[in-house]
Design a protein. Structure first.
Lengths: 113, 118
């Protein structure tokens, strides 16, 4: 069975500072990895995904995540956050492409002015 | 185009009442998923449909929970004899799935139905 651990429930960071949201997963099989974002009063949106190939994946709004198989991690990073990045971020895994997604508990990113 | 819609957006039920939550997936999407998100938690899988076939219902917490998708489009999640522990946001997601030999797996989520059982 797969599981996801997000080590921080809340991360405060000053605007324009870098941020890293940590995610570790456990699985006995190969998995596909995702980061979803939930902005206030909005639905879940896919931020980025790792399926295969390059271990560094990027989103259109400056976030990136690196798949590290040896450490079973998929940490999310952004070099400079903006107030509009305020949201809850969920790391997730699935064993197959069209299958249920297993989510972590989420990390609330709180941008300080 | 229109995304996944869910209704009602909010539902308050007295303990013991039955509720029905509706999901309208994106038109043409083959796969449909239901998730339950308790306060302060990540979404947890409930059940999965491919067209009208319910292929996985391993996440349904009890036999009070029932889901259907009779014509392979709209889906309804029914909860009988609601209990306080059923209070949560219920999320529906759809994906194009396998169609014409091509797999598109990205799940698009609806806004959710917030169920409060008093």
């Amino acid at each position: 069975a797969q599981s996801v651990t997000q080590l921080d429930s809340q991360v405060p960071v000053f605007e324009e500072a870098p941020v890293e949201l940590r995610c570790n997963y456990s699985s006995s099989v190969s998995v596909y990895l995702f980061w979803y974002v939930q902005y206030p009063n909005q639905g879940l949106q896919l931020l980025l995904k790792y399926l295969s190939g390059s271990t560094l994946v990027e989103s259109i709004n400056g976030f990136e995540a690196e798949f590290n198989k040896s450490q079973t991690s998929f940490h999310l990073r952004k070099p400079s956050v903006h107030i509009s990045d305020t949201a809850e971020y969920f790391c997730a895994v699935t064993p197959n492409r069209d299958d249920k997604i297993i989510f972590g508990k989420g990390t609330r990113l709180h941008i300080l002015p | 185009g229109a995304g996944v819609s869910q209704s009602p957006r909010y539902k308050v039920a007295k303990r013991g009442q039955d509720v029905a939550l509706r999901c309208d997936p994106i038109s043409g999407h083959v796969s449909l998923f239901w998730y339950q998100q308790a306060l302060g938690q990540g979404p947890e899988f409930l059940t999965y449909f491919q067209n009208e076939a319910q292929l996985d219902k391993s996440g349904l917490p009890s036999d009070r929970f029932f889901a259907e998708r009779p014509e392979g489009s709209v889906s309804t999640l029914k909860i009988q004899r609601t209990q306080q522990e059923d209070s949560a946001v219920y999320l529906c997601a759809s994906s194009l799935g396998y169609k014409s030999g091509y797999l598109s797996y990205e799940q698009y989520f609806g806004p959710g139905t917030r169920l409060t059982v008093t």
